[in-house]
Design a protein around this ligand. Structure first.
Ligand code: NAP
Length: 349
């Protein structure tokens, strides 16, 4: 006879859109799906949390782009409910709220690998560099699979407005594509990575240039954008949206650049993203992570991987003696060695 108490990990999902739907289709029967809610559900997020907190082991999964969920996560973690999320916004909340979140994460697991690079392993490798005492000096790349897709489409001659419509239909964009086009989504990712290495910066500290101007309807930009793409292509250059976290200078910038075909970012296709870490150990040849960085399937699989890590019950990793954790305040201050050559020239691009 089976036990009356369900010993499986309880899972509560907020968000049943592109990512949430895929995740629900992937959840294995070894997990106990308690409820999946959206904005129209009778159960709200605090109600879902109450249900999860009554179980011996449970995880709250956030597949929304809602603002203000840092307070929900903090409450969940304090009640021993693990949190897995694809939502970037709680991690770019003011530093005080983030500190409360990380403090609460001593009580339960908080995993957010898919907030940067979707299904690609980007955050855990960075945490590992910090945990093992490396010094991260520079983080660069194309952090948006969505803007990568748009840039690829423009190179193929697709009009800008149609490329954006297609990206939305394919589930690549943020719920509001203007978040991508304005550069806000990449700015959030840059800040998430910067904070992982100890930079105590706010979203307003990121220098953001939009992918395209949002002053006019996109259709009005189709012709001029296509013309610029053609003339730059004739000179051997392609458009890429680059991000740069200069850890030593404590400077974050994101913006569109025309890059030569020899540039590492020029080789990216479709939704491919690229993140490079230049560190004391990876100084001559930076660590590179590359692959599709947008899409509901890869993102949902990444969320599931985080849920499975929670189910395995891995405890918070130990840090090397003397090395500080990613959450520590002092990592950036310890960086005293000169910056090495950038993985690729953002400024000169
Ligand atoms: N798509 C990707 O390639 C990708 C990649 C990496 C990360 N992400 C992240 O994944 C998250 C979800 O993206 P998506 O493409 O799945 O978005 P989406 O299709 O717009 O789905 C969002 C879902 O969240 C629900 N929702 C929003 N606010 C809510 C609230 N306060 N309470 C309950 N439900 C709420 C919506 O409810 P309704 O159905 O009622 O509207 C909807 O079901 C975002 O944070 C995004 O940045 C996405």
């Amino acid at each position: 006879m089976s036990s009356l108490v369900d010993s499986r990990l309880g899972v509560g999902v907020i968000g049943k859109g592109n990512v949430g739907r895929e995740l629900l289709a992937l959840l294995p029967p070894q997990l106990n799906l308690v409820a999946a809610i959206n904005t129209r559900s009778s159960l709200d997020a605090p109600g879902l949390l109450d249900a999860l907190a009554s179980l011996p082991r449970a995880v709250l999964v956030d597949c929304t782009a809602a603002s203000g969920h840092e307070a929900l996560y903090t409450a969940a973690l304090r009640r021993g409910v693990h949190v897995v999320t694809a939502n970037k916004k709680p991690f770019v909340a003011p530093l005080q709220a983030r500190a409360a979140l990380l403090e609460a994460a001593r009580s339960a697991q908080l995993r957010y690998e898919t907030t940067v690079g979707a299904g690609l392993p980007v955050i855990e490798p960075l945490k590992d560099l910090v945990r093992t005492g490396d010094e991260v000096r520079l983080i660069e790349g194309c952090f948006s699979g969505t803007l990568g897709f748009l840039a690829s489409e423009l190179s193929k001659g697709t009009p800008l407005s149609r490329a954006v419509t297609t990206a939305k239909e394919l589930g690549y964009t943020e719920p509001d594509p203007k978040e991508d086009l304005a550069g806000f989504d990449v700015a959030r990712k840059a800040l998430i990575l910067a904070r992982e290495v100890g930079l105590e910066l706010e979203l307003g500290d990121v220098e953001v240039e939009p992918f395209v101007s949002l002053d006019a309807p996109l259709e009005a930009l189709d012709e001029t954008t296509a013309e610029r793409v053609r003339s730059q292509a004739a000179q051997g250059r392609v458009l890429r949206y680059l991000a740069r976290v200069d850890v030593l200078a404590k400077r974050l910038s994101v913006g569109p650049r025309w890059v030569d075909l020899s540039h590492p970012a020029a080789q990216l296709r479709g939704t491919e993203s690229l993140v490079t870490y230049t560190t004391r150990r990876y100084a001559d040849y930076p660590m590179r992570i590359q692959g599709p960085g947008a899409g509901a399937q890869v993102t949902a699989a990444g969320v599931l991987a985080d849920v499975l890590a929670v189910a395995r019950g891995s405890s918070p990793p130990l840090t090397l003696s003397g090395a500080r954790s990613a959450e520590s305040k002092g990592v950036a201050r310890r960086l005293h060695e000169p910056a090495s050559t950038p993985a690729f020239g953002f400024r000169s691009a």
